[in-house]
Design a protein around this ligand. Structure first.
Ligand code: FES
Length: 379
């Protein structure tokens, strides 16, 4: 594995963006537990931009991703937190709340845990438990009370979609009554299991408009007491996101079988053979492997991306989304309204917005992630 430091940074190919500021002046700041790959890659991109601004070099972030899924399933979580605390990291537990008993939260506090983010599916027991396929609403509410009791700042995360987006007012009121300081209302993006459920989960334009309006009214009322982040689904945007800052630019992940990927969803991309850390060095994989070089630069791009002035900002959008929607990962992400395939997303939104749109639950029951459905979808 290449240890990224001043020495190795200066030897990276010129196509790869490197910090323009003095990294040795940065101070260690935050460590994240359970942060998703999307978040880490986007965070790396935006933090790098912030740090390149004048007089912004006296802070920095160190990310440690210890888990996907539920970190509380680890018996040694307290030990990990204690170790990170001793090393001076800011620790953040991202949890569904399942397994967070008073005994454990106390032990985590004693170990030095700084921050907890709790996820809810809805403000009602019925929808929360239906969407999570668990009976966890009461439990999450108890965990929220424990978070306050142990004097943690509280961050609530609720993923929004067609089935719960009309409850935004109630969700925000629930967060307020729980004393949350920060609420993330992140609309579903359509990859993985959400892709298979997109007709059931995509909200209508009117639903999205009402939810944003409600959120803005709520923000005005609570002021700085609670910060509310509202993430719009890609399909409602006109410009694509700079996914992974362009493949092979800032991100490498290794799957449990050793496959190295330039994005956590890249295994779905055709024509690329991804290398394995059991067969090749990470240095070779990052610098020289065809898979990691394929989407560097712009020679792979087709029109309209190739001649587009935005290409240096958005890198043509998301390769995985382009493939999912058009069948060719070299196409522009259809979220872009300059893409000849933009109609694929607008048609989906039109369908979801039609007055006679089918009832998502009755006419298209949700496909839950379980063993049976996993087998059926993997063919
Ligand atoms: Fe793979 Fe966007 S999710 S490039």
């Amino acid at each position: 594995m290449i240890e990224l430091n001043e020495d190795t940074l200066s030897k990276l190919p010129s196509k790869i963006a490197t910090p323009s500021y003095d990294r040795t002046r940065l101070k260690r700041g935050i460590a994240h537990f359970g942060v998703g790959n999307f978040h880490r890659a986007h965070q790396a991109f935006y933090i790098d931009r912030c740090l390149a601004l004048p007089d912004q070099q006296d802070w920095g972030i160190v990310g440690i991703g210890l888990s996907g899924g539920e970190p509380l399933t680890r018996d040694d979580l307290e030990t990990i937190v204690g170790e990170a605390h001793t090393l001076g990291y800011y620790t953040n537990l991202i949890t569904s709340g399942i397994g967070l008993t008073e005994e454990r939260i106390k032990a985590l506090k004693d170990a030095g845990l700084d921050h907890i983010q709790l996820s809810f599916q809805d403000s009602t027991r019925e929808v929360n438990d239906f969407l999570s396929s668990t009976r966890t609403f009461e439990l999450k509410s108890k965990v929220a009370a424990l978070i306050k009791k142990y004097e943690y700042p509280m961050v609530l995360n609720v993923v929004l979609h067609r089935l719960n987006i009309d409850h935004v007012q109630e969700i925000l009121e629930m967060a307020e009554s729980m004393g949350a300081e920060y609420v993330e209302l992140a609309n579903t993006q359509y990859y993985g299991w959400a892709w298979h459920n997109r007709e059931r989960l995509l909200p209508s334009r009117e639903q999205l408009r009402r939810a944003e309006e409600t959120t803005n009214r709520f923000r005005e009322r609570v002021g700085s007491r609670m910060r509310v982040l509202f993430v719009v689904p890609d399909y409602f945007e006109r410009r694509p996101k700079p996914c992974m800052n362009g493949l092979g630019s800032v991100f490498l992940t290794v799957t449990p079988d050793g496959t190295a990927l330039p994005c956590h969803a890249a295994k779905s991309l055709p024509r690329l053979t991804f290398p394995n850390v059991k067969d090749a060095s990470v240095e070779w994989i990052w610098r020289d492997s065809p898979a990691f070089n394929h989407y560097r630069g712009d020679s792979w791009m087709k029109e309209p991306c190739r001649s587009c002035p935005e290409k240096a900002k958005d890198f043509g959008g998301c390769r995985c989304q382009a493939y999912l929607l058009t069948g060719d990962p070299d196409n522009a992400d259809p979220v872009c309204d300059l893409s000849p395939h933009h109609h694929l997303v607008t048609e989906m939104v039109d369908k979801a917005s039609a007055p006679d749109a089918p009832s998502p639950v009755v006419e298209h029951p949700l496909i839950f992630r379980d063993r049976k459905n996993s087998r059926a979808l993997s063919g």
